[in-house]
Design a protein around this ligand. Structure first.
Ligand code: SAH
Length: 414
């Protein structure tokens, strides 16, 4: 890469490279401590089983084994995925004698709202959920003209330890179950259809796995949740796979598995640097799977699914925002093919205590221009909800509880 004359010329103009160290993680015993990558959860307790964890066939089996007719599974599933009901008392065509069983075995309450915070003139709502074991996760609902998007959490905390991401500083508490993910979506559907967003009542059209957690570490539950999202009622919600995005730091072997799944969701790759030297620092798991392998896997995903891959790139001042890096990124993408990837730069949302800042507008523009001049489709991603810690990379409920509580007084409570 050093020998490419275009990159060498750009580099000569733009040499500044700041590599600050971030604050140590909460609870660190040494000031130079860094979060470490972790694929395994500390807690072992499992959330209660729920119908959204199961395929329709398995829901039928549960009922049959309990001595109820299997056709009731269709009925209950239509109430849940169609009417978004989870209280058997509201499922009026269910015999009274089944309702207790359904309440405890198929529809236990899994997530309880602890707070709803509005931002961006009411077009963004962050929801804070408490799970059965008092662990908290967040989801963010965003209304736009013509589409409504929910950003869901797939894990409580995250074990990927990316130093610029608030969730990455928390470490991994545990994987969410399929139903804990699906419940975030069901509640958001109700909220969105009720007209809670200032953009007006709307059907939820998009779900992005960009909340807390690394979805590909929790692959089995995430795959099941993709099935529940896309399968038509009574199996699931019947959403279009085109409206769903799974975002990953780059677990290469799992990207290959996802490509073979047959549910053509959009893959987003959190790249943030086109060179291993810098990406090793920004995304610790890059020590395991390198930029080249990751982009090969992303290209494979595009070839198999026909879905254009999103390349996520948080622009961090004097860290990764050099125009020579934009050129290197364009070269790496173009080397593999034309038009298969779309770059989404996003200004960094600085996390509390971080000494990193977002790139200047001028540098952001230069970065985008460099990509576009090389034929790469590039769209700046908006930063919704930053004043309620609801923006990309800011979700860290357990760490920020107290601060959020103090802020709640100032921010409109829904
Ligand atoms: N673990 C997954 C999904 C969760 S993060 C992943 O990394 O892709 C969703 C997106 O927010 C990722 O692209 C992530 O890199 C980005 N992000 C994290 N911290 C950020 C921050 N402080 N500012 C801007 N984007 C950030």
């Amino acid at each position: 890469m050093e020998t490419d004359p275009r990159i060498a010329a750009l580099k000569a103009k733009n040499l500044r490279q700041v590599r600050p160290t971030d604050e140590p993680p909460q609870g660190a015993t040494r000031p130079d401590a860094k979060p470490v990558i972790s694929f395994s959860q500390k807690r072992k307790g499992k959330p209660p089983a729920h119908l959204a964890d199961l395929s329709l066939a398995d829901r039928k089996n549960v009922l049959k084994e309990a001595g109820f007719p299997a056709f009731r599974a269709d009925q209950i599933s239509r109430h849940y995925f169609g009417a978004k009901l989870a209280d058997p008392e509201e499922m009026t065509d269910l015999p009274a004698g089944m309702r207790d069983f359904v309440a405890s075995e198929l529809c236990p309450s899994l997530i309880t709202s602890v707070a709803e915070l509005k931002a961006d003139g009411g077009s963004t709502i962050k929801q804070v959920w408490e799970l059965f074991d008092e662990v908290r996760v967040e989801s963010v609902l965003m209304g736009y003209p013509g589409r409504t998007t929910l950003c869901v959490s797939s894990q409580a905390g995250c074990g990927m330890a990316c130093p610029f991401c608030a969730t990455g500083q928390m470490g991994l508490t545990r994987n969410l179950s399929t139903a804990e993910i699906i419940e975030q979506v069901r509640h958001a559907m109700i909220l969105s259809e009720s007209g809670a967003l200032s953009t007006g009542p709307a059907r939820l059209s998009n779900v992005v796995f960009m909340g807390m957690g690394e979805p590909l570490v929790n692959y089995p539950a995430v795959v099941q949740s993709l099935k529940r999202l896309t399968d038509p009622a009574p199996e699931g919600f019947g959403m279009s796979a085109r409206g769903i995005t799974v975002s990953t730091v780059g677990l290469v072997p799992v990207i290959y598995k996802l490509a073979d799944l047959g549910i053509p969701v959009t893959l987003a790759v959190s790249l943030h640097a086109p060179d291993d030297e810098l990406r090793d620092e920004l995304i610790p798991v890059n020590s395991r799977w390198k930029v080249g392998e990751l982009l090969d896997a992303a290209y494979h995903y595009y070839s198999v699914t026909g879905r254009r891959v999103s390349i996520e790139y948080a622009l961090i001042k004097d860290m990764n925002d050099h125009t020579w890096r934009a050129q290197l990124l364009a070269d790496e993408l173009n080397r593999r093919g034309k038009g298969w990837a779309h770059v989404n730069p996003i200004p960094l949302n600085p996390t509390p205590g971080s000494i990193w800042t977002a790139s200047t507008k001028q540098q952001q523009d230069a970065f985008v221009r460099q990509l576009r001049e090389n034929g790469i489709t590039t769209t700046i991603r908006d930063t919704r909800g930053s004043d309620i810690d609801g923006a990309c990379g800011q979700l860290a409920t357990e760490v920020n509880n107290q601060k959020s509580a103090a802020r709640r007084a100032k921010i409109t409570n829904v």
